[in-house]
Design a protein around this ligand. Structure first.
Ligand code: 5GP
Length: 198
């Protein structure tokens, strides 16, 4: 997505060898008009796929997932990272290792929000080694629902996530794909939605 790549070039900051900081529009301060364009793009890619729910993980997946859900006219559900006292119903749970925090946390979704009738689009802000998306896939499978595809805002293609998701038979759409960080510059690989830019 050209609009997103342009914004990453202006506002993205490379941290260390393999982290991109985009806290001015995605992971801390959120640009709603860019998020809306991202959500609508993901919805356009999956519009004919019979999606009934959009599922993400808190926190930074919520904004793009919500706009994708709005455009598809279906509910958005975000997996919660900490159990709280109001979650007293039956839960789907799994453990997810966080790439940025380097800790494993238990994530959950209430059973009442996903059923075997659902066809699900998974959405997340970043794809690195695929652990967040695979965790969401496990929750969807626990519910007996079908995961149709994965929509990612920024994929780091030099990490392992892409191949792991494709191996699961999921249709992966990454709106920006970073092939490499070279001499402090971001080198993009062709995005999965390139045809929609025209
Ligand atoms: P994965 O589970 O695919 O290894 O990593 C994806 C998750 O880690 C995302 O939900 C995101 O929160 C975080 N993440 C991974 N790489 C980056 C990065 O380069 N920058 C930021 N801000 N978050 C990242």
């Amino acid at each position: 997505m050209k609009l997103l790549e342009d914004r990453i070039n202006v506002d993205g900051r490379i941290l260390g060898d393999d982290i991109l900081k985009v806290d001015s529009f995605l992971t801390h301060q959120v640009d709603f008009s860019l998020m809306k364009a991202i959500g609508e793009r993901l919805a356009d890619v999956y519009r004919e796929k019979g999606i009934t729910k959009v599922v993400t993980i808190e926190a930074s997946g919520i904004a793009p997932a919500l706009y994708a859900a709005e455009s598809l006219g279906v509910p958005m559900i975000f997996a919660k990272k900490a159990k709280n006292v109001t979650m007293n119903e039956e839960l789907l749970t799994t453990d997810v290792f966080s790439f940025t925090k380097q800790v494993t946390s238990t994530v959950s979704i209430s059973k009442k929000f996903l059923s075997s009738d659902d066809s699900v689009l998974i959405v997340d802000d970043f794809l690195a080694n695929g652990q967040a998306a695979l965790g969401l896939l496990r929750l969807i499978e626990q519910a007996g629902a079908k995961a149709v595809g994965v929509g990612i805002v920024i994929e780091k293609s030099f990490q392992t996530g892409r191949q792991l998701l494709i191996n699961k038979g999921l249709q992966l759409t990454s709106l920006a794909r970073i092939g490499a960080f070279e001499n402090g510059q971001i080198v993009f690989a062709p995005a999965d939605d390139a045809a929609f830019d025209k």
